[in-house]
Design a protein around this ligand. Structure first.
Ligand SMILES: Nc1ncnc2c1ncn2[C@@H]1O[C@H](COP(=O)(O)OP(=O)(O)OP(=O)(O)O)[C@@H](O)[C@H]1O
Ligand SMILES: [Mg+2]
Length: 238
């Protein structure tokens, strides 16, 4: 369980998060929606310790992680997977090496064990046969898949996806969204996604939050958001 309590964050006098409180339950797919610049990525970065709140608290499984040092966060992040907004694969490594990298860095598995794990993940993600290719040889959708594979290879308990469908066509967007849902159910992890993509968010989310002007404008299931009397919410979700 992730509990965000009264988190406030200001950059150069601009209040980006303003007293945000919400709880993410174990095993759910939780989507953070909002207009560009609303503070979605900033909120996500607080959950992985890349940003610290000016005020407020973040708790992971009852533990207050707000005061953790960078070293403590490094240990904690090994239990988390992170799919960056830009994808961020290593251009000089092929697909196999990109996916194997966290295992080489953070585990003492043998070469055979790593190979098996990477093959299993490639199968789960539907990417067999491209192990030897380099990122420059892949389409945008395939790169997202490889980045997703790398994000979950350490058996992450929590998966963070920052704009997993940005830059993809509608078919690939749907594809990667469904893949994230399937992976979440299969690995029994908790998945937090930021997105502009209302249709795919509604397809896969258990619950959603809409951030507006740094505040929680709405929070609930798709059905709950759809009956919100708030005009902004109705306009936003169309
Ligand atoms: N490290 C930082 N230093 C200063 N300002 C920042 C920093 N990170 C984010 N901001 C500002 O905070 C605001 C929210 O940024 P954020 O990246 O969270 O938006 P977002 O909702 O993720 O937008 P998008 O949908 O475009 O990804 C923006 O105005 C941005 O310029
Ligand atoms: Mg963002």
């Amino acid at each position: 369980m992730i509990e965000i309590s009264h988190v406030t964050k200001t950059f150069n006098g601009q209040r980006v998060l303003d007293d945000v409180s919400l709880t993410i339950k174990d095993g759910e797919i939780f989507v953070i929606l909002g207009e560009s610049g609303a503070g979605k990525s900033v909120l996500l970065k607080h959950m992985v310790g890349l940003l610290k709140p000016d005020r407020g608290q973040i708790r992971l499984d009852q533990r207050d992680v707000t005061p953790l040092t960078e070293k403590e966060w490094l240990a904690l992040r090994k239990t988390m997977g992170y799919l960056f907004q830009e994808g961020a694969l290593y251009d000089f490594m092929n697909v196999f090496e990109n996916i194997a990298f966290p295992l080489e860095e953070h585990t003492s598995l043998t070469h055979e064990q790593i190979t098996k794990k990477v093959r299993d993940i490639l199968q789960l993600i539907g990417l067999q046969g491209v192990e030897q290719k380099y990122p420059a040889e892949l389409s945008g959708g395939m790169k997202k898949r490889v980045a997703l594979a790398r994000a979950i290879i350490l058996d992450s308990r929590i998966l963070f996806c920052d704009e997993p469908t940005s830059g993809l066509d509608p078919i690939r967007s749907r594809d990667i969204s469904d893949l994230i849902r399937n992976v979440t159910r299969k690995l029994h992890c908790t998945t937090i996604i930021t997105s502009h993509d209302i249709a795919n968010s509604f397809r896969i989310a258990d619950r959603l939050v809409i951030i507006k002007d740094g505040k929680v404008a709405a929070l609930g299931t798709q059905a709950e958001l759809k009956v919100s009397p708030d005009q902004f919410i109705q306009a936003f979700i169309g």
